[in-house]
Design a protein around this ligand. Structure first.
Ligand SMILES: NC(=O)c1ccc[n+]([C@@H]2O[C@H](COP(=O)([O-])OP(=O)(O)OC[C@H]3O[C@@H](n4cnc5c(N)ncnc54)[C@H](OP(=O)(O)O)[C@@H]3O)[C@@H](O)[C@H]2O)c1
Length: 278
């Protein structure tokens, strides 16, 4: 029986993904949440629909929580077949927080927290496992770094870019925010940068996973514009509609390849901002 894990699933898109996995994949679907009370309430509400997810605590920003979660997976479930990394945050447009705080906190979860949790959980993936990183369309390279010769854009596109090199780019961004210097990072939106870096991380892991003996496939996607707390319920999709592309990425067929970006159930070219013609 497959074991699926969804992070940040007590509400919003993650909750929709758990519901969809319970209905379409079955087996053990683990709804994780950083807050136990909110996670258990979410499980109960799905149980009221006749579904049967289980709860485990996971805060993707806490080393302690990640390590306890990994131990629980090993001892209770053995391994993971589907991992959907959904947990994320965004400041509201109206937020008066300083850009430095927004940049640090948003990237701390959406970029650094994702790297930390994904890399810790990756070894627990079973044979033929699938990983889906929930990114966002805002992180498309051409939107964040449109100038062809922008050195950050060129580094992000470098096929030899490493995770360390990517974290160095993040540090450079934080320095630019501190200095109020947007000559390289013209885009000062913390959320957009965090998702762009996350997609770049997916591409690096995709290269590392090429021909891996376990045949684990890892990709990322945008769920679309979904009506959730994050979007102040302004998105045009319901959470069930927002779950469609993530669940597709969680179930990609053998040979689908890794390190790619999906949008509206199709492959999307991160660099050139267009659907991939097949
Ligand atoms: N909504 C959209 O239109 C849209 C568009 C593109 C991409 N996305 C992406 O889709 C994902 C889900 O967004 P959403 O709209 O469903 O947002 P949401 O309703 O605000 O839900 C976000 C979820 O992430 C959890 N979370 C935040 N930080 C966490 C941490 N450190 N550890 C574990 N869980 C954490 C939240 O938990 P708490 O309840 O404890 O805060 C919540 O369960 C995000 O990655 C977002 O960037 C959303």
């Amino acid at each position: 029986m497959p074991v699926s894990v969804v992070t940040g699933a007590n509400k919003g898109v993650g909750f929709g993904i758990v519901r969809s996995l319970c209905k379409s994949v079955g087996g053990t679907v683990i709804l994780t949440s950083r807050n136990e009370e909110r996670g258990l309430a979410a499980v109960q509400s799905l149980q009221a629909e006749g579904l049967n997810p289980v709860f485990e605590q996971l805060d993707i920003c806490s080393d302690d929580s990640i390590s306890k979660f990994c131990e629980t997976i090993k001892s209770k479930y053995g391994g993971i077949d589907i991992l959907c990394n959904n947990a994320g945050i965004a400041y509201k447009n109206a937020s008066t927080a300083l850009l430095l705080e927004k940049a640090e906190v948003t990237n701390g979860t959406n970029f650094l927290g994702r790297i930390k949790s994904t890399e810790a959980i990756l070894p627990l993936m079973n044979q033929n496992g699938r990983i889906c990183q929930i990114a966002a369309f805002n992180g498309i390279l051409n939107r964040v770094f449109p100038e062809p010769q922008n050195p950050i854009r060129l580094r992000l596109l470098d096929p030899n870019l490493t995770v360390e090199g990517l974290i160095e780019i993040y540090r450079q961004y934080m320095e630019a925010v501190k200095q109020n210097d947007y000559s390289l990072f013209k885009w000062d939106a913390a959320y957009t940068i965090s998702k762009c870096l996350l997609i770049a991380h997916t591409r690096i892991l995709g290269r590392q996973l090429k021909d891996n003996p376990k045949n684990v496939i890892l990709n990322c996607c945008c769920p679309g514009s979904v009506a959730t707390d994050m979007s102040s319920h302004k998105g045009n999709l319901t959470i069930d509609q927002g779950a469609v592309t993530p669940v597709l990425v969680c179930n990609l067929p053998e040979g689908a390849g890794s390190g790619q970006f999906y949008r509206e159930e199709k492959l999307y070219d991160w660099e050139n901002d267009t659907f991939v013609k097949i």
